[in-house]
Design a protein around this ligand. Structure first.
Ligand code: URP
Ligand code: ZN
Ligand code: ZN
Ligand code: ZN
Length: 498
């Protein structure tokens, strides 16, 4: 028993079950789960104090070091991943963006260089494809897989990124052929543009009208269209950042039919409402993201229903950090203010809100501790499913022999203490949190990355150095993919022959 770390006196919570046992770790890897493991000389022992031990969080949708138009990311790889570990996330998957007209692989390598040696947690990338040329579809997707990037994200909106349906089919077919998972940002671009232009002409330029220009049917229509495109190709697809009950139901319906469709939502769609965008003056800009926060309480209920019933495969933060009090960030919505409205111009506000530092505590508190989801479901949404979907399981996403020793130790039910979320206590680099003054019933007491304590929640201290995180070369998804060749297709067209 050559353990160099043993964790005692906790309950190991996995997606499948939970057990009161010790965890034996050697060289950053779990080697044994068992009762009363013998403690070798020099072995470090951590007392879990009767608490719950969950796999380190996997946040599979974050934007780090990614600028948006003129706006600058407020997080670099050091501050972003510092925020991650302070919230119990030990693995992040961020985006590398293909600029239209350019190649994909050099972009991935450039983002890799930004992160390499600078992170507090483990990391990987998805590639955003804005220009699915033949070269990209035939050659670069294969190179991505070789590099360990086994997923792509495509957009149905944003002028510089949006793909039309034909381009979506191209990328889905290529992804199917090379085994990648396609993530889709589903909003109807033309409705948004058409409505936004008219809203501005009518002087409706305040941050809240970002939401007016993107009603839920914009998301619902694009989601259903994306699902149809995936079905034609028989390709797996994850719908990212789902915000409303209608899109949730469309995904559910496809899953019920046995299609390899996956869903993602975020804490802000479960917990925040559109009223946040109506804050006085320009303050609402803090909560401008796409799809927008919804005002109908039935949307919140629908999101929680999808979190509980399995429609949502993963809960990610969609951390998109733009400083509020800073003219490189949200304040672009004031500078680029052709409407001369003191509350700004919603179209010029960079989209996205911070969440990397708060994702897991919010799900643990509002999900598990308030009885909306089980601890097993928490682990699925917080870690395991993302690890499976994105080819990192069982290295990540579970506590079992052979897995990386990434853990979050939560307090026991008896010793729990609530925390009020405050920007001053966040470790991310962005200058606000949309959850200011919200209460969570617990916060990670200890966060461990490959056997090393990287965050101490008692003192709110980061315990490791930048460079402590490693790049993860991902394999293909281990969740169901194309349904094979033996079934009847939608008609004589056979997607496996393309
Ligand atoms: O508003 C958002 N979500 N901004 C980040 C970019 C994206 O679409 O995920
Ligand atoms: Zn053993
Ligand atoms: Zn998106
Ligand atoms: Zn995003």
């Amino acid at each position: 028993f050559h353990f160099d770390l043993i964790i005692r006196n906790g309950t190991v919570v996995n997606a499948s079950d939970e057990t009161q046992c010790d965890i034996g770790v050697r060289n950053g890897v779990v080697t044994c789960l068992g009762k009363n493991l013998p403690v070798p000389e020099g072995c470090k022992v951590i007392d879990a104090e009767g608490g719950w031990i969950t796999p380190g969080g996997v946040d599979s949708h974050v934007h780090i070091g990614q600028n948006q138009g003129n706006a600058q990311s407020a997080d670099d790889w050091t501050t972003g991943t510092r925020g991650a570990i302070a919230g119990g996330t030990t693995t992040v998957v961020a985006f590398a963006v293909q600029v239209r007209g350019e190649k994909v692989m050099p972009a991935v390598e450039a983002y890799y260089d930004l992160a390499d040696g600078k992170t507090h947690c483990d990391y990987s990338f998805h590639a955003i494809i804005s220009d699915p040329t033949d070269e990209v579809v035939d050659k670069e997707l294969a190179e991505l897989v070789k590099f360990g990037v086994t997923s792509v994200k495509v957009y149905m909106t944003y002028a510089d990124m949006a793909l039309n349906d034909r381009q979506m089919l191209d990328i889905l077919a290529g992804s199917r052929r090379h085994g990648l998972t396609t993530m889709v940002h589903a909003e109807n671009h033309d409705i948004i543009e058409w409505m936004a232009e008219r809203l501005l002409k009518q002087g409706m330029s305040e941050p809240m009208h970002h939401g007016t220009s993107r009603p839920q049917l914009v998301e619902d229509e694009a989601t259903q269209r994306a699902l149809a495109l995936a079905e034609v190709i028989d390709a797996p697809m994850l719908l990212v950042h789902v915000s409303a009950k209608e899109a949730t139901r469309a995904i559910r319906k496809a899953q019920t039919r046995g299609l390899p469709i996956y869903g993602e939502t975020c804490p802000h769609y479960a917990l925040l409402t559109a009223e946040k965008m109506q804050a006085p003056g320009f303050l609402g800009a803090k909560c401008v993201c796409s799809p927008p926060l919804r005002s109908d309480p039935s949307d919140k209920a629908g999101i929680w229903e999808g979190l509980a019933n399995g429609t949502f495969t993963v809960l990610s933060s969609d951390h998109a950090p733009f400083n509020f009090f800073d003219e490189t960030g949200k304040k672009y919505g004031l500078i680029e203010n052709t409407t001369k409205n003191p509350a700004g111009n919603f179209r010029a506000i960079p989209n996205g809100i911070p969440g990397i530092n708060t994702r897991s505590p919010l799900l643990w508190s509002y999900g598990v501790l308030e009885g909306r989801i089980s601890r097993q479901r928490f682990v699925e949404l917080n870690s395991s499913n993302a690890a499976k979907l994105y080819g990192m399981y069982p290295k990540k996403g579970t506590i079992q022999p052979g897995s990386d020793a990434d853990f979050v130790i939560w307090r026991s039910d008896a010793s729990r203490k609530s925390t009020i979320i405050k920007q001053e206590n966040m470790h991310h680099g962005v200058d606000y949190t949309p959850y200011e003054d919200m209460e969570v019933k617990d916060w990670p007491r200890l966060v461990i990355l490959r056997g090393e304590v990287v965050y101490d929640g008692e003192s709110n201290q980061i315990m490791n150095q930048p460079g402590g995180g490693e790049f993860i070369k991902r394999r293909l998804s281990s969740l169901p993919g194309p349904r094979g060749t033996s079934r009847a297709w939608i008609n004589d067209f056979q997607p496996h022959k393309i």
